[in-house]
Each structure stands twice: as C-alpha cells, then as structure tokens.
Write a protein that binds this ligand. Structure first.
Ligand SMILES: Nc1nc2c(c(=O)[nH]1)N[C@H]1C(S)=C(S)[C@@H](COP(=O)(O)OP(=O)(O)OC[C@H]3O[C@@H](n4cnc5c(=O)[nH]c(N)nc54)[C@H](O)[C@@H]3O)O[C@H]1N2
Ligand SMILES: Nc1nc2c(c(=O)[nH]1)N[C@H]1C(S)=C(S)[C@@H](COP(=O)(O)OP(=O)(O)OC[C@H]3O[C@@H](n4cnc5c(=O)[nH]c(N)nc54)[C@H](O)[C@@H]3O)O[C@H]1N2
Ligand code: SF4
Ligand SMILES: [Mo]
Length: 668
C-alpha cells in the first residue's frame, strides 16, 4: 500500500474532511488534506493531522486485557471472547438481555460503526441510550418546528446578504465554514456573531453581540418584537405556511424590550439592528450547539427558528436555520445494517442520565456494560456519579484504541483499529453532504482488531453468526442500498473517493414540512402528541439567578465547557503535552472580584465536584463567565464534567452541559 492515498477523517466533527495519506514501508507517515475534495479542498486541522500520531502512538492498546486483582493482564483473544460471550449467555438466560447496557457515543463517523446495533438487536435487545449530549435538544426542537433538522448546502452561503453565526465556535470547530465566512465577507456579506465569548470568529465579524449565557431565547423574542413593530415580517409565509402564529404574538406581549435588555445584556439598539438585518433577507443563520446545552435549550432553538420563519428566511436560497443536516445520514439504509426487527426486548436510558439509570435499574439490574466509540468517564456530565455507576457493575467491557479513563474502570479492554487500519465510508449529518471512502491502508499493530471483527466473533459464539456472515464490502453495500438510482454504489464510491448524497441544497423550498400539519409549527402538534406543551415560552436556564437564587448566591458564575481547539473531545490530550493541564478562563469582572491574575492557581467548585487549574483572563467575555475546555483526562487534572449536571434539556433529548453555576477561589 506504499504511496499516497485518498481517505477520510473519521472524527466526530462538522467538516468530515477528505484526507491524503502517505504510506511508507507499511506505515502511515503523513496525513494531509485532499485538495480534490470539493468542500474541504486540501485544508485540514491539527486533529486530522494527528491521526498519524493516533495510529503510530506507542501508547496504543495492542492486546486484549483482563483485570485480575485490580491489575490488567494480557490475555488471548480466544479467552476474552469466550469469557465475554459466556457471561452474555448467562445474562440472557438469568436476567434477560436488557441487563446489558450499550454505552456509546459517535467518536467515529464510519458507516459500519452502526453494526454495534445489529449485534445488540440480534442478541435480543439491550438497554440503549437515547437523546444526545451533543445536539439532542436542538434536533428535537427543529423536529417540532419543521418536522426534521435540515441545513442548506455550504455553497448556498453565497446567496446570503447577511450571515448570523449564533453560538457556533466556527474558527475552532468548523474550519471550512470559517473559510466560507471569510470568502462571503469579501463578496460583501455582513457577518454577525452572537456568543458570550469573543472568539476568533467574532474577530472577523462586522458586528459582535455579547449575550448572557443561556439567554438567547430572550434575544430572539426581542428581535421578533422589533421585526413586527417595524413591519418587516413575511406575512405571506406566516399566513399560508405556518400554524400557531397567534401564540407567538401573545407571547411577545408578555415581556418588554427593557426587560430583554436586562436579561440578555444586549442593548436595545442592537436588537433593533438585528431585526432590520433579519428583515432584509436573505439572512442565513448558523446555529451552534452551545446555546442548546441548557435546561431551556430546546425552547431557545425553537425561538430562533421562529425568528427565521417570521422574517421569511425559511426555504429560500441564502436563508435557513442551519443546525444539523440529518438529510445526510437519512440517505443510508441503516435498518438493513442494524436489523431493528430482531430485537425482542428493549429498555432505554437517556444518554445524560446513564449513570442514574445504571445505579437505579431493577428488573433487571445492569449486569454488564459494553462501551464502544465513547469515553463516558470524561464526556458524560457529573463524572463522579458516572464513575460510581460504572464501578458498581459486575462486568464492564470497553472497545478502545487507548487506555482512557473509561478503559481504566473496565474488566475487559479490547484493542481496536484506527481509521487507516480498516475500510469504511464516512459522513456526518452536520454540515456538507459528501460521503467519503476510506480504504484500509496499513495493518493494525499488535493484535488490535476492527470493531466489526469483534462483533462477528461474539455473534458466532452467541448463536447468531449467520447475521454476521458478510464481508465488509457486503455490509457497506447493504448500507448504500437504495442509492443506486442516484448512481452511488460501493464501486463508484471506491473509484470517485467521495460522492454527493442526494439531499436538498435549500431544504423546505416547497414549504411542505414534515410536521403533523404539514406546515411550519410555531406551536408544535408533535410536542402535544408527546404530552408536552407545544407552545413557545419564555424560559431561563435551570441554574440561574432567576430560577435558583440560593444556588446563585453560593455559586455566582456561569461555567461553559466548550470544545478544545487541538483535541477532538478527549482524543488528543494524551498526545499533546502542552494540553496536559487545566486552564480556567475567566471574565475580567471575576478576576477583579476574586483578586486573580493570569497564572494563578485556582479551584472551581460546586456541589457536584471541584477542579484545580491555572487562571487565564479573557479580555472580552460576558460578565460572570468561566470556561474550562472539555475532554481533559483524569491523569492530567480531570474532566470538567465533575462540575456539570446530568439534568436533561426541556424536551428531554439533550444535555445541559453549559447550564452550570460554580464558584472560584484562589489557591495560595
Ligand atoms: N476543535 C474541535 N472541533 C470540534 C470538536 C472538538 O472537540 N474540537 N467537536 C466536534 C463536535 S462533536 C461538535 S458537537 C461541534 C460543536 O461545535 P460548536 O457548536 O462550535 O461547539 P461548542 O464548543 O459547544 O461551542 C459553541 C459556542 O457556543 C458558545 N456558547 C456557549 N453558551 C452559549 C449561549 O448560551 N449562547 C450563545 N449564543 N453561545 C453560547 C460558546 O462560547 C462557543 O463559542 O464541534 C465539532 N468540532
Ligand atoms: N462538559 C462537556 N462535555 C461534553 C461536551 C462539551 O462540550 N462539554 N461535548 C459533548 C459532545 S458534543 C460530544 S459529541 C461528546 C463526545 O463524547 P465521546 O464520543 O465519548 O468523546 P471522544 O473523546 O471523542 O471519545 C471517544 C472514544 O472513542 C474512541 N474511539 C475512536 N474511534 C473508535 C473506534 O473506531 N472504535 C472504538 N471502539 N472506539 C473508538 C476514542 O479512542 C475515544 O477514547 O462529548 C460530550 N461531552
Ligand atoms: S477534525 Fe474536522 S476539521 Fe479536522 S481534519 Fe477532521 S474533519 Fe477536518
Ligand atoms: Mo458533538
């Protein structure tokens, strides 16, 4: 395989870049951008480049490990698989299959990573996780409003007069959108950034709006009030293609602009300016995930959707409320890969409350946890409880590339391959709609094996080997079935390396929505069907002065825990020495109140836990705001999730990771 090959970045990221990988003497020596990829055009970030280090690292897990008397010892694959299958067989007969919990996230965006669900369905159905730490609140919100969560094609940005980046840290998390923002600006598009932190994207904006964390819904209400006052709404869309507008009008009456100014920290003139900008369409809105990780997160996204709708920016080129792009993932035949009909038992916990689920489950108790593509001991909120929960279970099995915090608490650790050691196809339902091919380029080190191989071996031992008697190519073709009519087959994809999936560049342009009424729903019938209030509301975060005044007295500062620049979540910290300590970023007012200067050692704490790190003062952050990047490992100071809450978002599907009050003290 020596030479230069086209591949794909597998990391959970907006961009799903095309890669150019150099192999010499059977080793990956360099990872670069593929300049022939239509969207990512040869540019990649450090996290992508470091896939070389992730693959070649001397810290890779090379053999199956079993914990005996608190120590990991190397065992054979045969022993590991036999023992795990035996335990699963025993659990199936004694307690039922839902005594097994599948804990996972989406660390690898390969299509065949979905095969884990095929395995668990064929086994009989296990306890599964629902919702999402990442974007669950917003996806559910857009499903209520539009019937689905779709985004415009990246190049549609060039049809926009104005672009609003609302709570997305584009320069850091979505680098190709950053390039497009720069290009669009050159063509005269106005760029607005709304964020409590003056980030790198804000630095190139024409207008930066500093909003109090968790209060964006109020800001959207203020803009709608002004939009209606100025008569800039799209009456024809509202009258013909929506339901529930009268409820919005009634809601807007219940609060004044003065109150909104106070709550959001955004000046009235700015609100008016934003109303004019939304009215002067097409205005494109890029929603980030930041502001929906709050107890009011679903409602916040719905209020911004409502603003986009009222201003006539839905279904038009250059417009849209761009959050996720589920059209992408929906192109694949996931049911053929996962066989949902094989499942005979089921139970669910939400992703957020998996620890509580584990600790409290009866009928049956959780007897085994299998972790794939996830690192819950750093990434799931309320780490101290997550750790306790995982430690309470008899058998924990972790499929991993490295000895992570989660692998440390396992009884069996099974070494898996990295992207360049297995063939797959990659996509993300976040931004662009290309699917990329990724060939197997190098042999795995030691005895590391693809996840698919592990499932196949376990399936054979558990009596459903026939459902796994397919080659990788056959599985890939299964997932692509249905796309032939668009010219997309495994053969064409192998040849072309990446192909555009058949998705809409301008979703909702026919104004036919996938809601129960077929219209855009300001008041959601789907929510009502689910037994919730479908009306838009005025809503605060759960941990705020307004909702929890006593707590706010004890813990007066708001903690954000945004995504790190150089790591994808927890995946790069162990490879970059400079990242192996905790940086506490604080707004200037906190530094003054607490007598802190750059470099001071300080402790951030609340009732859930505490974390120690070095202070860095942010010149331009919203008052009373602290940030500690997520993803840090236990051995380098610990995950910031020791402080975060496992509370679910308002609509039950998302996390409240950024809805977190803390205090800070200098350590002398
Ligand atoms: N470098 C890097 N890139 C990544 C990742 C990574 O780990 N590292 N992870 C990938 C993944 S899985 C995801 S989900 C995406 C996430 O991509 P983003 O949505 O960009 O992620 P966040 O880090 O949550 O940053 C969101 C922004 O929201 C702001 N914010 C926080 N609270 C509020 C609020 O109440 N209101 C407003 N208006 N803004 C708020 C933060 O200050 C931050 O600028 O990034 C992807 N890209
Ligand atoms: N406080 C706070 N917490 C957060 C967030 C935040 O912003 N703040 N962000 C949230 C978000 S958006 C997300 S998406 C989640 C991400 O949460 P996770 O997906 O759990 O995070 P990762 O660090 O990407 O860890 C995944 C693990 O999967 C392993 N892995 C990678 N590829 C493979 C593979 O092919 N097979 C197997 N078996 N394992 C593999 C990696 O080695 C890594 O240890 O974290 C959430 N947690
Ligand atoms: S992490 Fe994201 S931006 Fe970086 S190379 Fe991978 S897909 Fe591209
Ligand atoms: Mo995410």
């Amino acid at each position: 395989m020596d030479g230069v090959h086209i591949s794909s970045c597998p990391l959970n990221c907006w961009d799903t870049c095309g890669l150019k990988v150099t192999i010499e003497r059977g080793k990956v020596v360099k990872v670069d951008g593929d300049d022939t990829h239509p969207i990512t055009q040869g540019k990649i970030c450090g996290r992508g480049r470091m896939l070389e280090a992730r693959t070649n690292s001397s810290k890779r897990l090379l053999y199956p490990l079993k914990k005996i008397n608190g120590q990991f010892v190397q065992i054979s694959w045969k022993q590991a698989l036999d023992e795990i299958a035996e335990k699963m067989e025993e659990i199936r007969t004694k307690y039922g299959t839902t005594a097994v919990l599948h804990s996972h996230d989406y660390a690898n965006s390969g299509l065949l990573k979905n095969i884990d669900r095929r395995f668990f369905n064929c086994y009989g159905g296990v306890t599964e996780l629902t919702g999402s730490l990442c974007w669950g609140a917003g996806i559910e919100a857009q499903t209520w409003d539009f019937g689905n969560a779709y985004s415009h094609a990246p190049e549609d940005i060039y049809h926009s007069k104005h672009v609003v980046v609302w709570g997305r840290n584009v320069a850091r998390t979505n680098m190709h959108l950053f390039q497009q923002l720069q290009a669009a600006k050159k063509r005269g598009t106005t760029l607005v950034v709304i964020d409590p932190i003056f980030n790198q994207t804000a630095q190139i904006a024409d207008m930066y709006v500093s909003v109090a964390p968790g209060m964006d819904g109020f800001l959207a209400v203020g803009i709608m009030k002004e939009l209606l006052r100025l008569g800039l709404e799209d009456r024809s869309f509202i009258e013909n293609d929506t339901i529930g507008f009268e409820d919005v009008e009634a809601l807007l009456q219940t609060i004044t602009l003065e109150e909104i100014e106070q709550i959001t920290g955004v000046a009235r003139d700015t609100i008016t300016l934003l109303a004019r900008l939304y009215g002067n369409r097409p205005t494109m809105t890029y929603l980030g995930l930041g502001m929906q990780r709050y107890a009011n997160g679903g409602n916040t996204i719905r209020l911004i959707d409502a603003l986009v709708a009222i201003s006539g920016n839905v279904g038009i080129p250059g417009g849209g409320a761009n959050f996720g792009n589920l059209q992408v993932g929906q192109s694949f035949n996931i049911a053929a890969l996962t066989l949902p009909e094989r499942k005979t038992a089921s139970r669910t916990f939400t992703m957020m409350k998996q620890a509580e689920g584990i600790l409290e489950a009866t009928a049956p108790e959780i007897k085994m946890i299998i972790v794939t593509c996830g690192n819950p001991l750093t990434q799931v909120p309320n780490t101290n409880v997550v750790k306790k929960a995982f430690q309470s279970v008899e058998t924990v099995v972790v499929f991993e590339q490295f000895m992570t915090d989660t692998a440390e608490v396992a009884h069996y650790v099974l070494p898996t391959t990295t992207v360049f050691e297995e063939e797959d196809i990659y996509y993300s339902s976040m931004y662009h709609a290309y699917v990329n091919y990724g060939p197997a380029l190098v042999p795995p080190p030691g005895e590391a094996k693809p996840d698919l191989w592990i499932w196949t071996q376990l399936a054979e031992r558990l009596g459903f080997g026939a459902d796994f008697a397919f080659s990788r190519d056959e599985f890939l073709a299964m997932g692509l079935s249905g796309l032939e009519k668009h010219g997309i087959t495994l053969e064409t994809l192998k040849q072309k390396k990446r192909m555009l999936l058949p998705v809409k560049a301008v979703p909702w342009d026919d104004y036919r929505f996938q809601t129960p009424s077929g219209k855009y729903e300001f008041t959601s019938l789907l929510a009502e069907q689910k037994g919730m209030d479908g009306k838009l509301r005025l809503m605060y975060p759960a941990e705020s002065e307004m909702t929890a005044p006593e707590l706010a007295k004890k813990y007066p500062y708001r903690l954000l825990t945004i995504h790190p620049l150089r790591s994808n979540h927890s995946q790069h910290y162990h490879l970059i020495e400079a990242m192996q300590s905790i940086k506490i970023e604080i707004s200037k007012d906190i530094a003054e109140e607490k007598g802190l200067v750059n470099g001071d050692l300080a402790k951030v704490f609340n009732d859930r836990g505490e974390l120690v790190g070095r202070v860095k003062i942010l010149a331009n952050a919203h008052a009373k705001t602290i940030n500690i990047d997520e993803g840090q490992w236990g051995k380098f100071g610990g995950s910031v999730n020791v402080l975060t809450s496992d509370r679910e978002s308002d609509n039950g599907q998302g996390s409240t990771l950024y809805d977190c009050l803390v205090n800070i003290e200098k350590i002398e």
